[in-house]
Design a protein around this ligand. Structure first.
Ligand code: T5A
Length: 215
């Protein structure tokens, strides 16, 4: 069954698009699991809390990446692989490509080490399609502020990083998409929610026609 991940800057609209795609797929009778990283299992959600909290001691870069990879290893073994074995479509909010963009391009951890750690945690399970919601850092900040104004949660440790950090993250996603165009689907996150769903459905229909993708 297809495993699809969603990437982009914070607040780029991943959760919203995943929710809309899930409704479409379930409406067509498919079984869908929606999950996220860091997190997705009770232990991995505990790790998420440690990674993103702003109080207490901040992790150094090596600790940070190992916590993301620990969360991923647990999530892959306990949620993603079982769901795929049961014939479910897996829609995952972030996966290893976030580690390359955030920890390698933005934080500066050596790329071969990041790739090795990603492969170790994935245990052979990688997304067939990676959907990138491409958005400028300025627009991403505006959406985060809008969400806070509506009573949403305050900025986490990664969101608190400077704009230069998030610009490197964006470039990291675009560089990965350019290197593997057959795997990545790049969407303009400024489109309306409905337009995004329609463009994504058209792209997925081409990629997953053999898996009975619903039109
Ligand atoms: N991280 C993660 C790493 O550093 N390394 C790693 O290996 C991994 C896996 C995780 C943090 O950890 C980092 C990356 C992150 O900083 P997260 O939970 O993924 O955190 O955080 P976010 O990306 O911030 O996730 P969010 O759920 O907060 O954002 P979404 O899902 O991208 O955005 P969403 O759908 O909640 O939408 C944001 C706002 O925009 C509006 C929505 O209504 C909402 O208000 N919106 C739109 N507005 C206009 N047009 C559209 N098309 C819109 N779609 C949504």
């Amino acid at each position: 069954m297809p495993f699809i991940s969603f990437e982009g800057l914070d607040g780029s609209g991943k959760s919203t698009l995943i929710k809309n795609l899930k409704a479409h797929l379930e409406g067509a009778g498919l079984k869908v699991v929606v999950t996220r990283e860091p997190g997705g299992t009770p232990l991995a959600e505990d790790l998420r809390g440690l990674i993103l909290r702003t109080e207490h001691e901040a992790p150094v870069a090596a600790t940070e990446i190992l916590l993301y990879e620990a969360s991923r290893a647990q999530h892959v073994a306990k949620v993603i692989q079982p769901a795929l074995r049961e014939g479910r479509w897996v829609l995952c909010d972030r996966f290893s490509e976030s580690t390359v963009a955030f920890q390698c391009f933005a934080r500066g951890v050596n790329r071969p080490e990041v790739e090795w750690l990603n492969r170790f945690a994935e245990q052979g399970t990688r997304p067939e399609a990676v959907v990138l919601l491409d958005l400028s850092v300025e627009a991403s900040r505006l959406r985060q502020t809008g969400r806070q104004d509506q009573g949403g949660q305050s900025r986490d440790r990664i969101e608190n990083e400077a704009d230069e950090f998030h610009n490197r993250v964006r470039n990291g996603f675009l560089a990965q998409a350019k290197a593997e165009p057959e795997r990545w689907i790049v969407l303009d996150a400024e489109l309306s929610q409905d337009q995004l769903l329609q463009v994504l459905l058209a792209a997925l229909k081409k990629r997953f026609a053999h898996e009975g993708f619903p039109g």
